[in-house]
Write a protein that binds this ligand. Sequence first.
Ligand SMILES: Nc1nc2c(ncn2[C@@H]2O[C@H](COP(=O)(O)OP(=O)(O)OP(=O)(O)O)[C@@H](O)[C@H]2O)c(=O)[nH]1
Length: 396
Amino acid sequence: MDYTIVAVVIFVVALLVVGGAFLIRPRRPQPPQEQPRTEESAQRGATGTAVAEPEETTEPAGATAVEEPPVVPPPAPEIEIPPPSAGRLVRLRARLARSQNVFGQGLLGLLSSDRLDDDTWDEIEDTLITADVGVTSAAQIVSSLRTKVKVQGTRTPEELRALLREELLAQINPELDRAVRTGPHGDRPAVIMVVGVNGTGKTTTSGKLARVLVGDGRSVVLGAADTFRAAAADQLETWGSRVGAPVVRKDEGADPASVAFDAVARGVEDQADVVIIDTAGRLHTKTGLMDELGKVKRVVEKKSQVDEVLLVLDATTGQNGLRQARVFAEVVNITGIVLTKLDGTAKGGIIIQVQRELGVPVKLVGLGEGPDDLAPFDPEGFVDAILGSDGTGNGA
Ligand SMILES: Nc1nc2c(ncn2[C@@H]2O[C@H](COP(=O)(O)OP(=O)(O)OP(=O)(O)O)[C@@H](O)[C@H]2O)c(=O)[nH]1
């Protein structure tokens, strides 16, 4: 009898052991060795198009909980090393030559006419005015050219080209200091405010300028003080992340001055060389603009001096752009002009007019939508590109 009970107990225990072992077996055999996870396979797992077996589970056997797809951290953005700024205008020269072809070659064609009579000189003046050189400068160029051609008896195309080059250069004024001031002051960064009407390329210029400076070996912090449009801050963040420049931003509608202040504070903390502040430049009312930009500047100056106020102007907007420039010049002390979209207009003469009107040098020019299409402005490179000459007498 006892043996029977013992046998039954042994049988029941055996059944339980076998049954338990069956229950805790994984439902599907694990592959002998897990392949290393590639980015692609990880993403496929995340989007659910491939069945991903969890590598390890701490859940009890047989649990029916829905398996969460593995959280794949986004790949760290690759930090780019932009090329240094030196010689950029030369690199972008073909683009400049193309857009200014009508202007430069038109002038050279007229100057090389068989008869340089009053009508031809009038046409030359008109060509200059059409290219936005401005009435005063156009008259000065023509008057000076006329005198020199008469006195020197200049006739060959090379000589005429040299004379025109000289006159255009004199109007652009190669003597102006065009350096963007980016030297830090002791433990404080240099501060650059970027101002201008929306759509002129302000945010793009801030991002491209960060690249120029990083390419030249400077460390940069960007401040997204254009809080009017959230997309502007996103845009700036994309630019910053590409070159490893932190971006200080706040919610849409936040006080631009507080963003600017925090950006400079971050620059001081990080011991950055330069802080670039992209401002909101809605041209609502002059008083509104003055209040906004004035406040940003005042607040920034509690932390560090403002070294540059760069006004961004769209070269394709001609006289309208000039009107905007005048308003900005009245409300804030502009130290330099950035002329964007010069690749999209034959009116490169605006460089002459805007400098004459504002008494401020063009320091940078935008020659395309590419990340490295912002170049320090070089008067000789510019004139040589538009006249199709490299300055050594060779055509472009
Ligand atoms: N072709 C060309 N396009 C440019 C240049 N600079 C800027 N752009 C383009 O101009 C457009 C407007 O540039 P944004 O930087 O968004 O202009 P914004 O002034 O900051 O305008 P908001 O962001 O609305 O304040 C974008 O499509 C730029 O790519 C340039 O030099 N050449």
